[in-house]
Design a protein around this ligand. Structure first.
Ligand code: ATP
Ligand code: MG
Length: 358
């Protein structure tokens, strides 16, 4: 059995970020986990030095791998401290060539149906004639592979990754590339860097819209993403309960702060349709999100009921919009998508005025 102490002893031979002090004494070790012969180690660094310190990371990984009883070692550089938010935001990284709109699907709270909404919205935009991609940026719980029934690793083509495709969508997920355990020890800035890299290094081709399924919440990672990804807008998903709506309000505030237009709120699990009697029950006092949207001054995009069929079809890799477009739920998502598409088109009309020379 390998102990933490064994790992620290092995790391004595590796110098820390200052190039002199051995890693264990350098104060930079920010996480160590030994599990079933696998060692996960994180070293906190200034994110600007991540390239310069790559040899240190590799040396630490090699030193740990040499230990008897270690099956695998994974050392990652993390940044404990988030970069300070720029005083004036909107210093965005360059847009993705070929991609007209990047939109985020976000929720203040986990488990409200963000991924379900992302996938069905993407499919609905595609059904409306757009070329659409979906990027699963939920590093802590990637679910797009399951929702689209995709398995396997993307192929590489030189330096770029080829997206997988399902139901006419181009899809990329952090879940195709890294183990869940690996991503979990990444910290804020590393996550944002990984997602940005994922966005840039994928051969998306020409897209009218790239839908990004964001990690839940409004913490540093989300804020930093909202600041650093050139977003054309954000869709907020909420359930109707008060608690979820308080979190949704935080989401709206976050995007407004960084000047990303909020395209609207979707109320998910809005009401329950009984599959037996067809009766409707407003489990969570439906309508909360519509009121909240009015209060926040953002559009209300629609209500999606709580229905077993939505969950079952999602879990089997055939989201409702991938099936019959005349179905009752497909129609709801199509209506949501039509509004999103219209606001994005309007946004572009505003952003790029036609210049006429008289
Ligand atoms: N309208 C709905 N009716 C029935 N089940 C739903 C509905 N929306 C989502 N679900 C189910 O609820 C669960 C959570 O949904 P989903 O994974 O989309 O949420 P999420 O906000 O992305 O969660 P996380 O925060 O974990 O990423 C899933 O099992 C999904 O199938
Ligand atoms: Mg999700």
């Amino acid at each position: 059995m390998v102990s933490d102490q064994d790992v620290l002893t092995a790391l004595q031979s590796v110098s820390g970020p200052d190039g002199k002090t051995p890693l264990p004494q350098s104060g930079a070790l920010s996480g160590l986990l030994v599990k079933d012969g696998k060692v996960y180690l994180s070293i906190a660094i200034d994110p600007r030095q991540s390239a310069a310190l790559e040899p240190m990371r590799a040396a630490a990984e090699a030193a740990v791998k040499k230990l008897a009883g270690v099956a695998n070692a994974l050392v990652s550089l993390t940044s404990e401290k988030e970069p300070p938010p720029p005083a004036k935001p909107v210093q965005r990284s360059i847009a993705l060539p070929g991609v007209s709109n990047i939109i985020a699907v976000s929720s203040g709270k986990g488990g409200v149906g963000k991924s379900t909404t992302s996938v069905n919205l993407a499919l609905a935009l595609s059904a409306l004639g757009w070329r659409v991609g979906i990027l699963d940026a939920d590093i802590y719980g990637p679910s797009v592979p399951r929702l689209l029934g995709l398995k396997g690793k993307p192929e590489t083509e030189g330096r770029t990754l080829k997206p997988l495709t399902a139901h006419g969508l181009k899809a990329m997920s952090i879940g195709f590339l890294v183990d869940e355990e690996e991503a979990i020890i990444w910290r804020g800035a590393m996550v944002v860097q990984a997602i940005q890299q994922l966005m840039r290094d994928v051969a998306w081709g020409e897209l009218d819209c790239l839908v990004v399924d964001m990690p839940p919440g409004t913490g540093d990672v989300q804020l930093s993403m909202a600041q650093n990804v050139p977003l054309a807008g954000a869709v907020i998903v909420s359930t109707p309960q008060d608690l979820a709506l308080i979190d949704a309000r935080r989401g709206v505030a976050m995007f407004k702060k960084v000047e990303v237009p909020v395209l609207g709120i979707v109320e998910n699990m809005s009401y329950f349709l009984c599959p037996h009697c067809g009766g409707r029950t407003d489990i969570f006092a439906h309508g909360g999100a519509r009121d909240a949207a009015a209060k926040f001054g953002v559009p209300f995009l629609g209500e999606v009921p709580l229905d077993m069929a939505i969950r079952e079809q999602s879990d089997s890799g055939h989201p409702v919009v991938a099936g019959d477009l005349e179905g009752q739920y497909a129609k709801i998502y199509l209506a949501i998508a039509a509004q999103v598409k219209a606001s994005l088109e309007k946004g572009h009309a505003r952003a790029a005025p036609k210049i006429t020379i008289e």
